[in-house]
Write a protein that binds this ligand. Structure first.
Ligand SMILES: Nc1ncnc2c1ncn2[C@@H]1O[C@H](COP(=O)(O)OP(=O)(O)OP(=O)(O)O)[C@@H](O)[C@H]1O
Ligand SMILES: [Mg+2]
Length: 260
């Protein structure tokens, strides 16, 4: 299953991505987790140590490698370079590995943004497309709120978008925007996870404001999750309630996708 996780800043995308990747890996499946947030921090949510995480160089920062693969020269914005660079060996060469879990960190595209045709942007777009379409393990993509990284080519491989929301109007507004963006990119499987639930009417509030988006489940607010983040620990390793909640969400997603 190839799942992209999105939502407003701070709602719990990385918490869900890290826990879901661990839940799937624990069932014996291979999982490739991709940190596509420029402010990368998925590694510790997966349970990799700070030492391990520090060893990872984001793909976008591998200047020499990118030059070699694209045939570009330094700072060659708008110059000529290959638009179909070889990328299929990148996940094996550059990811952090433990058991059947891999982490690949994409990094930040330099000034010019996702729309630019700089070598870094070409590599990242190609790599994502390759991973989503050609690799056969489960893919969990931790994204920022926007979907700029994803061209149509890449989204073809995504089975489901999960938008994380919290019980507040702004994150729900973001969810409705993401639904529209996803539809524009040709993805109609957009689901919601309600996170940081503290009161019974939180669920109602979310349910009533989703305009037709399906809810996969809810996750309670738990101080242990905050503590885990402060201590760079994986929620999977310290909070059984979160693990159970994410297992239910995964089961519901499997059901949804098998009927559609
Ligand atoms: N269910 C929860 N209970 C308590 N705290 C939570 C819960 N889910 C997430 N948090 C906390 O909220 C903060 C933001 O979570 P997280 O980093 O997962 O969000 P994010 O959407 O990935 O943020 P960003 O947009 O910065 O990437 C963290 O401190 C995290 O520990
Ligand atoms: Mg995050």
């Amino acid at each position: 299953m190839k799942i992209a996780i999105s939502g407003k800043g701070g709602v719990g995308k990385t918490t869900l991505a890290g826990t879901l990747a661990r839940v799937i890996a624990a069932t014996g499946h291979k999982v490739l987790a991709i940190d596509a947030d420029p402010d990368a921090n998925l590694g510790s949510a997966l349970g990799f140590s700070l030492e391990e995480v520090e060893k990872v160089t984001p793909v976008a920062e591998m200047t020499d490698f990118i030059q070699e693969r694209t045939g570009s020269t330094k700072g060659s914005y708008g110059g000529t370079f290959k638009l179909n660079p070889k990328v299929d060996d990148i996940p094996e060469r550059f990811s952090l590995n433990r058991d059947n879990l891999k982490l690949l960190v994409m990094g930040t595209i330099p000034e010019g943004g996702g729309g630019c045709y700089c070598p870094e942007s070409v590599i990242l777009k190609f790599l994502l497309r390759h991973i989503l379409i050609q690799r056969d393990e489960s893919i969990i993509l931790d994204m920022e709120a926007g979907l700029e990284h994803l061209g149509r080519g890449a989204t073809r491989g995504i089975d489901a978008f999960i938008v994380v929301v919290e019980p507040g109007s702004r994150s729900l507004k973001t969810a409705r925007q993401i639904k529209k963006l996803a539809a524009d990119l040709g993805v109609n499987q957009v689901y919601v996870v309600g996170n940081k639930i503290t009161a019974a009417n939180d669920k109602e509030f979310i349910t009533e404001n989703l305009e037709g988006l399906k809810i996969l489940g809810f996750l309670d607010y738990d101080q242990e999750i905050v503590t885990a983040d402060r201590n760079d620990q994986a929620p999977f390793e310290i909070n059984q309630k979160m693990v159970e909640g994410v297992k239910t969400i995964y089961a519901n997603l499997q059901k949804e996708l098998s009927v559609t």
